[in-house]
Ligand binder design. Structure first.
Ligand code: ADP
Ligand code: MG
Length: 264
């Protein structure tokens, strides 16, 4: 069973520019798909379309996006609201910047949790604090009581990642969640995302320009260039037997992920 399926998806901006061209692939339940490819190749556009949150001016020009067996385009506003949160959650590129600067971390975190799951404020507070600790944020009590503008960019990013992960969605979409983080923290976030999948069966689509992250995490790898899906296959197929020249070029530069060789 697929949690997400893209069928011949094309996306245009302002009726002119085709940012995604006839892309088809599926995300099986509980699997991790990494989307790699150069800047401007349509990666963000594609995953934002998957959760129905394209930037202004962007629209689905052709094709279908199915969540489970349901066509996203045919969903009512109510169904979409339900899908976002319980069904899928998204970690945007620079997600930390999307936190409300005028509200304490604990208030917005707990409120987000309570919007989607029934729990007391105290329960929400404990879940949030635990997830922040899991993502190796120091002094979680301080972080919970802070306003986002008191936190560093990397800390805000981890708060946003923690919030999305605490929702326990069926599908987590993550747009370069770790690129703003230093390598040690990056490895920790990758590990936590993989744990989430192992424990909760969360399927993940992660956009990354880091082939090291893709090769560590992914069951399947999608390679995008210029709006087109150049290659899609299992991690082994794409890493060890790439068919496309562009994929081969990407593979010549694979940064090592810290922690990869320490016997985890
Ligand atoms: P990536 O995430 O791979 O860097 P994007 O999906 O951001 O690529 O962009 C794909 C193409 O769509 C690019 O040519 C980009 O300029 C264009 N694009 C992205 N966002 C917008 C937007 N909000 N309005 C118009 N064009 C956009
Ligand atoms: Mg992008």
């Amino acid at each position: 069973m697929n949690v997400l399926e893209l069928r011949d998806v094309s996306i245009i901006y302002q009726n002119t520019k085709e940012a995604v061209k006839h892309v088809s692939f599926a995300v099986p339940e509980g699997k991790i798909v990494a989307i790699v490819g150069e800047s401007g190749s349509g990666k963000s556009t594609l995953i934002r379309a998957a959760i129905g949150l394209l930037p202004a001016g962007g629209e689905l020009a052709s094709g279908q996006i199915l969540f489970g067996e349901k066509d996203m385009a045919a969903m009512t506003a109510e169904e979409l609201r339900h899908v976002r949160g319980e069904g899928m959650a998204m970690i945007f590129q620079n997600a930390g910047d999307y936190l409300n600067p005028r509200r304490k971390v604990c208030d917005q975190y707990v409120e987000t949790l309570r919007c989607h799951q029934s729990m007391t404020k105290k329960q929400g507070y404990e879940i949030a604090k635990k997830m922040l600790a899991t993502l190796k944020l120091p002094d979680t009590k301080h972080v919970m009581n802070a306003y986002p503008f008191h936190l560093s960019g990397g800390m805000k990013q981890r708060v946003a990642i923690a919030m999305a992960m605490s929702m326990h969605p069926k599908l987590l979409l993550a747009d370069e969640p770790t690129s703003a983080l230093d390598v040690t923290v990056q490895a920790q976030v990758v590990k936590q995302m993989m744990d989430l999948r192992d424990k909760m069966g969360t399927a993940i689509v992660i956009v990354t320009h880091n082939m090291g992250v893709a090769s560590k995490m992914a069951d399947y790898i999608a390679v995008m260039q210029n709006g087109e899906l150049k290659e899609f296959g299992t991690r082994e197929q794409v890493i060890y037997h790439p068919e496309n020249d562009y994929t081969k070029k990407l593979l010549t530069v694979v940064p090592k992920l810290q922690g990869e060789t320490d016997g985890e």
